[in-house]
Design a protein around this ligand. Structure first.
Ligand code: PEP
Ligand code: MG
Length: 587
């Protein structure tokens, strides 16, 4: 039966494919396809993980027996028996083998997928006692996952595994697109999937500018977030249409609906090829204003996509993605240097803006590890605060960036600054890193130093910032979040996350105006820069440098080519003065 689920549209386009469910787990679980010859090894890993937990339960049972009935309550014995029973449960064991043998899921993914399937059956049970056993099942699955963590899982990129496994995949044909449905996907997991073959994503949680949404957008595949119960309503292998323009997920579509969306998909393809003709056209407005269109990237390997999209440089390299999913082993100076150097060389002489690490809030280092126990992580030890809390770690990054600058033009960008003391410490550490490299006789290059304006306090002390920095970059994702006190990752307040709020526009406009007045460069690198509905307004406010995902560049260029800044200036001022600003794309 066809039904639809509504969420937030975050990455445009239409995807049609079979659902692959990724169950959420409190244990950090990797998801990847294995090679056919690894099947037995993976089954063995689950077996060993399970045996370790069975042994542990047996040891506990022995201890209980020694304690005697007074100190060891009957309920505890019964519970351990239930756990043992669940560990040997035919359906659980058979199901896990199925996901590994027939679908080539890695062991952890197979285990969590089967848990999800069985847990749903528990949910539907009439008997309350049996229903409550779901929690036990989750508990022992988690124990098995933890026991497996000691074993090395030989991680493969999703794409490599699936390709090699293709001859034996049980799907109708190996070209069947897969769409990923999950309660939540951490930014570090998204990186794994970035190499994969998923045609689209749906998550239950997340806002439009949550980092998961941002990575989905950078992959240029349709995505819907904030779809609330999608991961419970969609079943493994269901046919699913993801309409990333409307934020709608259609499950089990009828032939008529399917045909309609296939038609829409073809139309979007045509639109894309029309835009591709603009690739070599310089981004200049009708009245001759040159506009710089830059790319946002997450990994050095994204540089070719930036070049291919016609970017004239990288306006934001989110370096924190190098730090994620490493179980606390941070990249050392050499590894970072090589990564930054690859990005710089990949851009063939065009400038690369490397932002120092912005870990924290909805970008934890590991997908399920919450660093510290903080009530408001977005207001906590994030970005530059995290860097300054560990100066030697920060120096390592600064040295690596300065060394990479010997290979091409580099700009350094500092996130989340609000205090003068933070500015002074940062500038002093950059100087220290420079001095150290000089004394050691190591090669380094010049870097232009810039600050992100993403906290209202920063936007209200621009003159101070401009005394220390060569340029500013507006991080509108956070600027909106902090100005309006709306968690950017929380779908329940997503309707209040408003880039057109007069207070937000005032801060954006003032920053652009102050930089222009002082002859300093200013850019927008938040999602606003890649939103074609905002292009004319930003041009009207005086912006001439936009940084966005490579996939958005040509559509924004089209808007630039149609714009006349002479006319847009006065119009932008009226928008700015309005209590309830509104714009239409062709204003
Ligand atoms: C922003 O806040 O607008 C920004 C570009 O940084 P991030 O999205 O990585 O927080
Ligand atoms: Mg930010």
């Amino acid at each position: 039966m066809t039904f639809s689920i509504h969420g937030l549209a975050v990455a445009r386009g239409i995807a049609i494919g079979r659902a692959v469910l990724v169950a959420s787990s409190r244990v950090d679980v990797a998801h990847y396809f294995i090679q056919p010859d690894q099947v037995e090894h993976e089954i063995d890993r689950v077996r060993r993980g399970r045996d370790a937990v069975v042994d542990e339960i047996h040891r506990l049972q022995q201890t209980i027996t020694q304690l005697g009935p007074k100190d060891a309550p009957h309920e505890l014995r019964a519970l351990l028996d239930v756990h043992l029973m669940l560990l040997q449960d035919e359906e659980m064991v058979g199901g896990v083998k199925h996901w590994i043998r027939d679908r080539f899921y890695n062991a952890e993914w197979a285990l969590t997928t089967q848990l999800e399937m069985v847990a749903r059956q528990f949910d539907e049970m009439e008997d309350e006692y049996l229903r409550e056993r779901k929690a036990d099942l989750e508990q022992i699955t988690e124990k098995v996952l933890r026991a497996m963590q000691g074993q090395s899982p030989s991680v493969l990129p999703v794409s490599a595994g699936r390709k090699a496994a293709s001859a034996e995949l049980q799907l109708e044909d190996t070209d069947t697109p897969l769409v990923l449905i999950a309660h939540e996907i951490s930014p570090s997991d998204m990186l794994q999937f970035k190499q994969g073959l998923f045609a689209g994503f749906v998550t239950d949680v997340g806002g439009k500018t949550s980092h998961t949404a941002i990575v989905a957008r950078s992959m240029d595949i349709p995505a819907v977030v904030g779809a609330r119960t999608a991961s419970q309503l969609v079943r493994q292998d269901d046919w699913v249409i993801i309409d990333g323009n409307a934020g709608v997920v259609i499950v089990d579509p009828s032939p008529i609906i399917l045909a309609e969306y296939q038609y829409k998909q073809r139309q979007l393809e045509l639109e894309r090829s029309r835009l591709a003709r603009l690739l070599d056209t310089p981004a200049v407005t009708l009245d001759g204003e040159k506009v710089e269109l830059l790319a946002n990237i997450e990994m050095p390997e994204d540089a070719p996509a930036a070049m291919k999209a016609g970017a004239v440089g990288v306006g934001l390299f989110r370096s924190e993605f190098l730090f994620m999913g490493r179980h606390g082993h941070l990249p050392d100076e050499e590894e970072q240097y090589q990564a930054y150097r690859r990005a710089v060389e990949g851009m063939c002489g065009l400038p690369v803006t490397i932002r120092t690490v912005d870990i924290g809030a909805d970008k934890p280092m590991d997908s399920t590890v919450i660093e510290g126990n903080h009530l408001n992580p977005a207001l906590g030890l994030r970005a530059i605060r995290w860097s300054l809390a560990d100066p030697s770690m920060f120096l390592t990054q600064l040295r690596a960036i300065l060394r990479a600058a010997a290979h091409g033009p580099v700009k350094m960008l500092i996130p989340m600054l609000a205090h003068l003391s933070e500015i002074r410490q940062t500038v002093a550490l950059v100087e220290q890193a420079r001095g150290e490299l000089q004394r050691e006789g190591r090669e380094q290059g010049p870097v232009v130093l810039g600050a992100m304006i993403e906290i209202p306090a920063a936007a209200l002390m621009l003159k101070t910032f401009l005394r220390y920095f060569d340029y500013l970059s507006l991080g509108t994702n956070d600027l909106i979040q902090y100005t309006l006190a709306i968690d950017r990752a929380d779908e329940s307040v997503a309707h209040l996350y408003d880039p057109l709020h007069p207070a937000v526009l005032r801060l954006v406009s003032d920053t652009i105006a102050e930089c222009r007045a002082q002859g300093k460069e200013v850019s927008v690198c938040g999602e606003m820069a890649g939103d074609v509905a905002m292009t004319r307004l930003l041009l009207g406010l005086g912006l001439r440098s936009f940084s966005m995902h490579p996939a958005q560049i040509l559509a924004v260029k089209q808007e630039v080519l149609r714009a006349d800044t002479g006319r847009l200036g006065p119009w932008a001022r009226t928008v700015l003065e309005s209590d309830e600003p509104s714009i239409t794309i062709n204003s």
